[in-house]
Design a protein around this ligand. Structure first.
Ligand code: ADP
Length: 634
C-alpha cells in the first residue's frame, strides 16, 4: 500500500521531532494523555444527553501498558474515537498548520524549543521517543475501525483493522537507546508514575496501569512473589479543587504550560473562589508573553468553562472582556447547567455575574502587581499594554475608570540617556508643576526620536514633562481619555500649545497678521501638503518645524493611512509649517518676498523639506530638494 505524504509543514515539524534536540522529550506522555482525556470528555458529554452511549462517568479510563522486551508503550482510551477521515485529517496535518509560518531551516536551529512550546505540537511529540506509531481507533457511532501507522516523515498509511470497542489505542515503539539518550526509561514503571504525577495528576479520569511489586508469599517466611495489581496513577483532583495552600507555584505553572500550550511559566496566577451571588472557582493565568497570534485576527479569547468539574466549553468568550483577552484559564461553577447550549449560555444571568466579577478581579490583581512589583508589571505591559489602551479606545472610554490607572506611557521624566522610562498618569500628575493644567505628549517612532523634536525640546526646556507616545494606539487612547485628573492631554506639536506669556502672545499675533501675504505665497509654493504657514515662538534653535491643527495629528495621519480599510481615503492631518519668529530666516523671507519671489518659492520648498526631516518624516521629493539646495550653493 502506497504511503500518503504529510503536508509540507507537518513534515518539517515531524523532521524536527524525529531529530529533536529538545530536552523535555518526556512531555510526549502528557500530550497523549491530554488527547485521550479530551476524547473521553467528548464522549462523556454526549452520554449526558444520549442514553445509547451506555457508559457512566466511572466507566471511563485511560490505560497505559508496557512491554519492555518489545519496547512497546500503549496508551488506550475509551473516548469518542476517530473515523477514517478524522485519522487522516487530525494526524496527517498539524492542527494549527494554517497559521504556522515556518522560518528558514537556518533560523529554526535555535528556535526548536520555542516552536515545540508555542504550538503545542501534541500528538507529533511522540515521534521524539518512538520510531513507529500506530493509532487504532473506532469512532463512536461507527462499526468500523481503522489503524493509522507511521514511522516518521516518510509518510503514513491508514487501513481497516479489528477493534471491538469505541475509543483509541496508541502503540509506540520506543526508540533504541543511544549514548546520549536512554529512551528505555519511558518503559519503566517508576518513571511513568513520576511523569503522570508531574504532568497529568489532575486528569479527571483514572489513568490506570498494571503494576507489580514483590511481596512475601502468604504462609511463608522468606519466599517472595510478584503481585500484579491495577494501579491508578493520578489523584484525579482538578488542581483548582485542591486547597490553595497545598498547590505549589510550580504545579500551577506545569498545569498552565500543559493545558494552554505555553513554554513559559505564567507571569501571574490568579485564583478566586466565591460563594453568594454566584458560586464558582476561577483559576486564571496571565501569560508571560503574548502568543504568536495574539495581535492577529486568528486569536480567540475565552476561558474554559466547567460545571462541577466537567468541561462544558473549551473557550467561553463571554467570560472575558476584550481588554483582558490575554487572560487564560478556567471557571468552574456548580450553578451552571451541564446541558446548557451555547446560545442559551450567552444570555445566562449567572454567567454575566461571573464575568463581571472576574473582570473586577483581574483589574484589581493587575493594580496590585503595578504597586508591588513594578518590574513585573512593566514586563506585562510591554506584552499586553496595547490591549488595555485599545480597550479604552474601542469603547469610547466607557471603561476608563477601570483601566486608566493601569496604563503606562513612555516619558521624559527621570530617563537617563539611552534609557526608556515608563510612567502612570497618576505619577505624571503628581510630578506636574504648580498650575500646570495639561498633560503634554508627543508622538513618534521611538522615545529618542521624539525627544529630538523641536517642540519637545522647547517644552522640556521650560521644565515640563512630556509623554512619549510610540505605540500606534497611544494617541488614539489619550484622545478618547481627553483628560486625567482634570488635566487635558495636549500634543505639543499642535497649534494649541500655548506656553508664552500675554505679551509674547500679542507679539506673535501681530507678526503673523503682518505676514499674511508672505505666508499665502509660501503655502502656494509648497502646494497642498501644508494647510498653513505661520510664525511660532516655541522653537528654541531650529528654524522650522511641523505641527498640526484639528484632531488628526501628523503621527495619526501615518497610522490611519496604513490601517486596513483606509486605502484611498487618504486621511490628512492639517499640517502647519511653523517658522521660528526669532530666527534670522524670518528677515530673509521678508526680504525675498519684496525682491525675489522665485527664490522665495524655492526657499519655501526647502524649509518644508527640512521641517519634515526634523520631524522624522521622509522627503516626498528628495531629488527635487537636493537640486534646489545645490542651486543655492553654486
Ligand atoms: P491538539 O490536541 O492540539 O488538537 P494533536 O496533534 O495532539 O493536537 O491532536 C490532533 C487531533 O487529533 C485532536 O484535536 C483530536 O481531534 C485528535 N485526537 C488525538 N488523539 C486522540 C484520541 N486519543 N482520541 C480521539 N481523537 C484524538
Amino acid at each position: 500500500m502506497a504511503k500518503k505524504q504529510f503536508k509540507t509543514e507537518s513534515k518539517k515539524l515531524l523532521d524536527m521531532m524525529v531529530n529533536s534536540i529538545y530536552t523535555h522529550k518526556e512531555i510526549f506522555l502528557r500530550e497523549l494523555i491530554s488527547n485521550a482525556s479530551d476524547a473521553i470528555d467528548k464522549l462523556y458529554f454526549r452520554s449526558l444527553t444520549d442514553d445509547s452511549v451506555g457508559l457512566k462517568h466511572s466507566d471511563f479510563e485511560i490505560r497505559l501498558a508496557v512491554d519492555k522486551e518489545n519496547r512497546i508503550l500503549t496508551v488506550t482510551d475509551n473516548g469518542i474515537g476517530m473515523t477514517k477521515d478524522e485519522l487522516e485529517n487530525n494526524l496527517g496535518t498539524i492542527a494549527k498548520s494554517g497559521s504556522l509560518d515556518f522560518k528558514s531551516d537556518e533560523e529554526n536551529k535555535n528556535d526548536k524549543i520555542d516552536i515545540i512550546g508555542q504550538f503545542g505540537v501534541g500528538f507529533y511529540s511522540a515521534f521524539m521517543v518512538a520510531d513507529n506509531i500506530k493509532v487504532e481507533s473506532r469512532a463512536y457511532g461507527s462499526d468500523e475501525a481503522f489503524v493509522w501507522e507511521s514511522s516518521g516523515a516518510d509518510g503514513y498509511t491508514v487501513k481497516p483493522c479489528d477493534k471491538d470497542t469505541v475509543g483509541t489505542v496508541i502503540t509506540l515503539h520506543i526508540k533504541e537507546d543511544t549514548e546520549e539518550e536512554k529512551y528505555g526509561e519511558f518503559l519503566e514503571t517508576y518513571r511513568i508514575r513520576e511523569l503522570i504525577k508531574k504532568y497529568s495528576d489532575y486528569i479527571r479520569y483514572p489513568i490506570k496501569m498494571l503494576t507489580s511489586h514483590r511481596q512475601l508469599k502468604e504462609g511463608t517466611e522468606n519466599e517472595y512473589e510478584d503481585v500484579y495489581e491495577d494501579e491508578t496513577l493520578n489523584s484525579m483532583t482538578p488542581i483548582w479543587k485542591k486547597p490553595q495552600s497545598k498547590v505549589k507555584d510550580e504545579e500551577y505553572a506545569e498545569y498552565y504550560k500543559a493545558k494552554f500550550a505555553d513554554y513559559e511559566a505564567p507571569l501571574k496566577v490568579i485564583r478566586q473562589s466565591t460563594e453568594g451571588n454566584a458560586t464558582y472557582t476561577a483559576l486564571l493565568f496571565i501569560p508571560a508573553h503574548a502568543p504568536y497570534d495574539y495581535y492577529s485576527r486568528d486569536y480567540e479569547k475565552g476561558l474554559q468553562l466547567y460545571s462541577s468539574s466537567v468541561m462544558i466549553m473549551e473557550k467561553c468568550k463571554d467570560l472575558l472582556p476584550d481588554h483582558f483577552s490575554f487572560v487564560k484559564g478556567l471557571v468552574d461553577s456548580a450553578d451552571l447547567s451541564l446541558n446548557i447550549s451555547r446560545e442559551m449560555l450567552q444570555h445566562d444571568r449567572q454567567l454575566k455575574i461571573i464575568a463581571k466579577a472576574l473582570e473586577k478581579k483581574i483589574a484589581s490583581e493587575l493594580g496590585k502587581m503595578l504597586k508591588s512589583d513594578r518590574e513585573k508589571y512593566e514586563q506585562f505591559f510591554k506584552e499586553f499594554g496595547a490591549q488595555l489602551k485599545w480597550g479604552i479606545y474601542s469603547t469610547f472610554g466607557a471603561n476608563r475608570e477601570e483601566l486608566q490607572d493601569l496604563l503606562l506611557f513612555k516619558t521624559s521624566a527621570d530617563a537617563k540617556p539611552g534609557e526608556v522610562k515608563f510612567t502612570t498618569l497618576k505619577e505624571y500628575v503628581d510630578r506636574a508643576r504648580e498650575n500646570q493644567d495639561k498633560i503634554y505628549y508627543a508622538v513618534g517612532e521611538t522615545a529618542e526620536k521624539i525627544a529630538m523634536l523641536p517642540q519637545v525640546e522647547s517644552v522640556l526646556s521650560k521644565g515640563y514633562e512630556v509623554l512619549y507616545l510610540t505605540e500606534d494606539i497611544d494617541e488614539f487612547c489619550v484622545q478618547i481619555l481627553r483628560d486625567y485628573d482634570k488635566k487635558a492631554f495636549l500634543n505639543v506639536c499642535t497649534d494649541n500649545l500655548d506656553l508664552g506669556d500675554e505679551e509674547e502672545k500679542a507679539q506673535l499675533k501681530e507678526a503673523n497678521d503682518n505676514s499674511e501675504e508672505l505666508f499665502k505665497f509660501m503655502k502656494e509654493s509648497i502646494g497642498d501638503k501644508v494647510a498653513k504657514v505661520r510664525y511660532t515662538n516655541t522653537l528654541k534653535n531650529h528654524a522650522v518645524c511641523l505641527s498640526s491643527e484639528g484632531n488628526v495629528s501628523v503621527g495619526m495621519e501615518q497610522i490611519l493611512n496604513k490601517m486596513p480599510g483606509t486605502e484611498g481615503q487618504n486621511i490628512k492631518a492639517e499640517t502647519v509649517l511653523e517658522i521660528n519668529m526669532d530666527h534670522p530666516i524670518k528677515d530673509k523671507l521678508l526680504f525675498l518676498f519684496g525682491n525675489d519671489k522665485e527664490k522665495l518659492a524655492d526657499y519655501s520648498k526647502i524649509l518644508y523639506a527640512q521641517a519634515r526631516l526634523i520631524n522624522g518624516l521622509n522627503l516626498e521629493n528628495p531629488a527635487e530638494i537636493s537640486d534646489l539646495v545645490c542651486d543655492l550653493m553654486v
